[in-house]
Design a protein around this ligand. Structure first.
Ligand SMILES: O=C(O)COP(=O)(O)O
Ligand SMILES: [Mg+2]
Length: 224
């Protein structure tokens, strides 16, 4: 197993640091109910998460259903209103995450969040969960014109942390994370416990290793 020098570790948020699916599902189903559409099971909403909020709303309206572009546009602020109301309410930190962040900081590594979630939800959620203090940079889905799987957010996080991409390590849960990291030249590990957008099994995704618990990140790093 390769051991990475990793001066910086970049973390995806939804499905990697935080189990946010209950709140995302409440936001989606609040929106669907208000629009007079049938609500969806949490398991289905799982597979819609990973490419940002606009994609989540689109998939929620069009999977085995029909919605016009105008209806999709109009639904976005409805979702945002419902999600803002519940963001963090039933969210939990995955086992091992806080200890991992503590250890990485104690080792002097710089940490960032790189998430497709919008800034308006990312920042209050990190604060609510008591995680803000760990991160020197937070790159959200609306920080740049592009989102994961494009590499720019990952490149931007490395620049903010003043670390060469090859000296960083990305931890994510979906193909969007692995594609973005690969294209940015950052090694990438995927957690087995996240949402894996599109329901793609993580074993089938090109990455540098799989983690059953965030603490296993430490096993992939060179000591310092
Ligand atoms: O908002 C999303 O779709 C997913 O966010 P993530 O990039 O933190 O997994
Ligand atoms: Mg994710």
């Amino acid at each position: 197993m390769p051991h990475y020098a990793a001066d910086a570790v970049l973390f995806d948020l939804d499905g990697t640091l935080l189990d946010t699916i209950a709140d995302l599902a409440d936001g989606v189903n609040g929106m669907l109910a208000e629009l007079g559409r049938p609500v969806r099971p949490l398991e289905e909403i799982h597979s819609f998460v990973g490419k940002g909020i606009a994609n989540l709303v689109r998939r929620s309206l069009t999977e085995n259903a029909h919605a016009s572009e105008a209806e999709i546009d109009a639904a976005l602020p409805v979702f945002r209103r419902h999600y803002a109301r519940v963001n963090g309410r039933n969210t939990t930190i995955y086992p091992g995450v806080r200890e991992t962040l503590d250890t990485l900081r104690a080792q002097g590594r710089r940490l960032a969040v790189v998430t497709n979630k919008s800034t308006a939800f990312t920042d209050p959620l990190l604060a609510h969960m008591g995680l803000s203090g760990f991160f020197e940079a937070v790159v959200s889905g609306d920080t740049l014109p592009t989102r994961k799987p494009d590499p720019e957010m990952v490149v931007h996080a490395c620049a903010l942390l003043d670390v060469e991409p090859a000296r960083a390590l990305m931890i994510g849960d979906s193909i969007n994370d692995s594609l973005a990291a690969r294209a940015a030249g950052v090694p990438v590990l995927l957690v087995r416990y996240g949402y894996s957008e599109g329901g793609v099994p993580v074993d089938a995704i090109d990455c540098d290793g799989l983690l059953s618990n965030a603490l296993e990140t430490l096993d992939h790093l060179q000591p310092r």
